[in-house]
Design a protein around this ligand. Structure first.
Ligand code: EPZ
Length: 430
């Protein structure tokens, strides 16, 4: 449980960790080579630990030293990813492409849905079938076989990040050329492509909607540093804006935050690029409501939606947030309303009227980014908030309390069963 006392101005500089969603994909990508890969700037997160357990269960040897992760996939002794691990981390499904490419067989449990949506993997499967894989579903497990994957022309019904990553990885060791059309363009896709190219893969077009891969016979090991986490950076930009504090953050890649910076400026928050890899947020006098529609990159990132919602609840006038990517990613609205926000949901739209102040309250997070949204809302709220659901927060933010305390925020993590200290009634003067 997190106790946060709001309305404390922040100051100073915060260091941004490596990108969670890049690290998870690159950990799967390391399976493509029988030589050792070294990943640097790997964030220390629950999701990363969980991915490490999945790789270990496959017989992969891992060695971690701070933010350096050494992955030795010379001997993959198992082709089955354990259900109890995959059910805890959807991203473990990314191992299916590399396993199929390396071993010709992969048995990966279907990852379930989660709080934000059904999260299907049909595009991953259909793409692998287009590359010649025989895919069966048995007892909730995807059983895929392919003596040798064949290059294919694949059109994705939607630019899915995970499907693009799975198919791009599988194609690196396939026979011939693969073209992925309507591919996702996120920075994490480019990071994965750069990593695979450093291993000897032949990939063109990552970061655009058409990716071309020419398969090679094998990939060698490499030493690669992961990009900074654009969503963590965006979260701290909002933390500065919502507490009306001027703070700086690095390392960042400003180009990864174009839509986020543009929306902050529309609201009335300046974002200054002091150096090529540092940003500084300068709050404006008043914040104006604005409309946001989440979309595939380079559109507005769905992962930033809950944090922007907290800022818009305090922006003058009305705003509409439309969530187009995940069908259940508005569950945090109820918790913001407990803090005094004026929000109404209709379908996948949230209609927000700005209020002068939020009030601290006990709230419960339902997923990772909802937790982040509640934290930044609590930093601005009058009084104390108590946030439950830290198991979600720890999946995606490294040392978040320490980083916020380093900026001057007043917060502390207490065990869930800590009894609430009842305020001592004022003694009656005699
Ligand atoms: C990745 O999830 C990220 N996770 C998510 O971040 C992020 O929100 C999402 O991309 C969108 O940017 C990781 O990279 C580990 P998608 P992913 O496939 O790959 C539909 C966070 O908070 N779809 O791009 O699962 C799907 O239902 C997490 O860090 C299919 O229909 O997302 C969704 O509507 C949350 N069939 C849309 O595509 C498929 O086979 C986008 O999903 C695959 C996806």
């Amino acid at each position: 449980m997190l106790h946060i006392w709001g309305r404390t101005p922040l100051q100073g500089h915060v260091e941004i960790s490596g990108a969670k969603n890049s690290a998870l994909a690159l950990m799967a990508g390391a399976l493509l080579s029988s030589e050792t890969c070294r990943l640097r700037n790997v964030p220390n997160l629950v999701d990363i630990t969980r991915m490490g357990k999945v790789l270990s269960a496959l017989g992969i040897k891992l060695k971690q030293d701070g933010d350096l992760l050494e992955i030795d996939a010379s001997h993959i002794s198992h082709s089955t990813a354990p259900y109890q691990l995959v059910s805890q981390l959807r991203a473990s499904f990314f191992v299916i492409g590399p396993l199929l490419a390396r071993l010709g067989v992969a048995r990966v449990p279907l990852p379930g849905g989660c709080a934000i949506g059904a999260r299907p993997v049909d595009l991953h499967v259909r793409g692998l079938q287009a590359m010649g894989a025989d895919v069966q579903f048995e007892h909730g497990v995807v059983m895929a076989y392919a003596r040798k994957l064949q290059g294919a022309r694949i059109y994705l019904d939607c630019p899915s990040v995970g499907a693009t990553e799975t198919l791009m990885m599988a194609a690196t060791l396939a026979e011939g050329e693969t073209i992925i059309e309507n591919a996702a363009q996120e920075p994490e896709i480019v990071d994965l492509a750069n990593f695979c190219q450093a291993m000897g893969a032949q990939i063109q077009g990552a970061g655009t909607s058409t990716i071309t891969v020419v398969g090679v016979s094998q990939l060698h090991g490499t030493d690669y540093s992961i990009i900074p986490d654009r969503i963590e950076a965006g979260t701290f930009l909002i933390a500065g804006a919502i507490t009306r504090s001027e703070i700086s953050l690095s390392p960042v890649v400003p180009d990864h935050l174009t839509a986020v910076i543009s929306k902050l400026q529309a609201i009335g928050v300046e974002v200054i690029s002091d150096t090529p890899n540092q940003l500084r947020v300068v709050p404006g006098q008043t914040y104006r409501g604005t409309d946001i529609e989440t979309y595939f990159y380079p559109g507005f990132p769905t992962d930033m939606q809950p944090m922007f919602m907290s800022l818009l609840t305090l922006s003058e006038g009305s705003s509409v947030i439309t969530e187009t990517i995940f069908e259940k990613r508005l569950q945090h609205v109820q918790e913001f309303k407990r803090m005094g926000a004026d929000i109404r949901i209709k379908g996948n739209h949230a209609f927000i009227n700005g209020v002068p102040m939020l009030s601290g309250a006990p709230v419960v997070a339902t997923d990772l980014r909802a937790a982040a949204g509640l934290v930044v809302a609590a930093l601005a709220a009058e009084g104390k908030s108590t946030i439950q659901g830290l198991q979600y927060l720890d999946r995606g933010y490294e040392k978040l309390e320490r980083k916020l305390q380093g900026l001057g925020a007043r917060l502390e993590r207490v065990p869930l069963d800590t009894p609430e200290v009842q305020p001592v009634p004022p003694s009656v003067s005699v």
